[in-house]
Design a binder for this molecule. Structure first.
Ligand SMILES: [Zn+2]
Length: 212
């Protein structure tokens, strides 16, 4: 077993000691009554933005789907392709009936960088996937084409988050859940350089820092 895997195994032992104590095991309850998370979180695969670590969420608290650049595709008819993110949204909203959907964007997103600076090393799957956020790229180039790369990159991270929030609304069951039971749709940006969270004001289309 190599060192990296060994560390993970040691971590699992610690996890088991914490959560499988005989007196009161969270997993005993979760295994017998199933999961009832209140929040779906759509995050990036980036190893620095693990939702449970960032929020201290307990097992069973967050239903999570992670992909490259935390993108939500628009609702599409299922004729071809495989719709992993859409499946997770469907299950969370229709079956788990979550109260909240959070899209968690972040600073230094490699997926967004690939969107802004496509290169020969951008893989075929990534190149196709990040096209979801093409509108964000167009907007940033139109509004800040002369800005330095870091500025454009940061703007694109925020703009692509808005695209994902917009796309969420294209799913009929999301619209229905918002209308019938007040499900919240929330955009959060994690600035991992500064340790800050910024929330998207859906009406103003602007981000404001959360005072936590
Ligand atoms: Zn990312």
């Amino acid at each position: 077993m190599n060192k990296a895997i060994f560390r993970l195994m040691v971590g699992f032992r610690r996890f088991r000691e914490k959560y499988y104590v005989p007196e009161h095991s969270i997993y005993q309850r979760l295994a017998s009554s199933g999961q009832t998370p209140k929040t779906l979180l759509i995050g990036c695969s980036d190893s620095r933005v693990d939702p449970a670590i960032l929020t201290g969420a307990a097992p069973g608290e967050l239903f999570v789907v992670r992909n490259v650049a935390n993108l939500v595709p628009p609702c599409a008819t299922v004729t071809n392709g495989f719709h992993g993110t859409s499946s997770a949204i469907e299950f969370a909203v229709m079956n788990l009936k979550v109260d909240n959907v959070i899209v968690l964007g972040h600073r230094q997103c490699g997926g967004v960088r690939a969107l802004m600076q496509p290169s020969e090393t951008t893989g075929q799957f990534i190149g196709s996937w990040i096209k979801i956020a093409d509108d964000a790229r167009t907007k940033v180039l139109a509004e800040a084409g002369d800005a330095d790369d870091e500025t454009k990159w940061r703007m694109a991270e925020m703009e692509s988050l808005k695209v994902s929030i917009r796309n969420l609304h294209t799913f009929p069951f999301v619209q229905e859940a918002i209308k019938s039971r007040g499900m919240n749709v929330i955009g959060i940006y994690f600035d991992l350089e500064r340790g800050q969270l910024w929330e998207l004001d859906n009406e103003l289309g602007a981000f404001r820092q959360l005072e936590i």
